[in-house]
Design a protein around this ligand. Sequence first.
Ligand SMILES: [Zn+2]
Length: 333
Amino acid sequence: MSQEYQWPIYGHKNQLKFLQETVSQHKLANTYLFYGPAGLGKKTIVDYFIKSIFCLDNKIKPCGQCDNCRMISKGIFLDIHKVGDREDLGVDNIREFLHKISMSNFRSTHKIAVIYGTETINLFSANALLKTLEEPTINTTIILIADTIVNLPATIISRAQLIKFQPLKRGDMLAWLKNYDFSDQEKETIINLSFGRPGVALRLMGDKMENFKKSSNFILKMLSGGTFYYMQTLDKWFEVLKKEYPGYKLSELGNLTKEYLDLFEVFLRDILWAKLERPIINQMYDKEINSLATKFNKQSLIDNLLSLNKTKEKLNYNISPQLLWENLFLNME
Ligand SMILES: [Zn+2]
């Protein structure tokens, strides 16, 4: 029987098709690794994947009406286990989690275990996890979600069915943005600055672009301030962050830092472009950008862009974001 899938997801066509066929054919792998930059909707897709696996309706998946769909929505479905969304992936948490899964009884046909933020896993946790992956239990599927796999042991990657996610194309972003009430100019800015990642776009958009304006003003202040001012602003910024994220979770802070660095790169690039009298991306701030273009020389802008890119690479290695920023600004001219 052919099933209709109702997943309100934009882009990722091939990945969705693959996952939906897996559900239709009841051919779940023991381990999946969903990976790709933060903000692409991996978590949402995993949610719809899992719901569709358990949904009892034969036509529309997930139907949202059957007993399983309802229990999953309420978070009381007993065959779904999750770790890493709130707690860290230290070895004690991972061991406890894996033990819990192995001991729990089946209430339905499958057990699904989801591990969020797998990119933050340490060697001890990875080894504990590997033991479980090496001895798969029948009808138990482990879904690993990671923003990047550069730090994951090859032994884990090789045991998983890899599902790679890439930034959305312009057309998909535009289709998605139709759901929101923004002007064409604002939509262009959002598309240019979110780099095909709806999660990032959502944060930029906030309440009438409030977050975007906040981040932009922060970056503009730093750009026009000088090193001492950077440091002061940075300290304040991290104070605010620590309040917003009481657990001070490196992965969340890392993602936020990455977004700021991306936006920062756009500003630097635009200043360089303005200097070369080429069209800039960030039209909403063209006045400020043109004024900054008179303050920087071309070579220092290029050097700063290179230094920024090196900093972005380091973010993948779980270095403290605060340290990264400090180093970046000390190296900037
Ligand atoms: Zn259902």
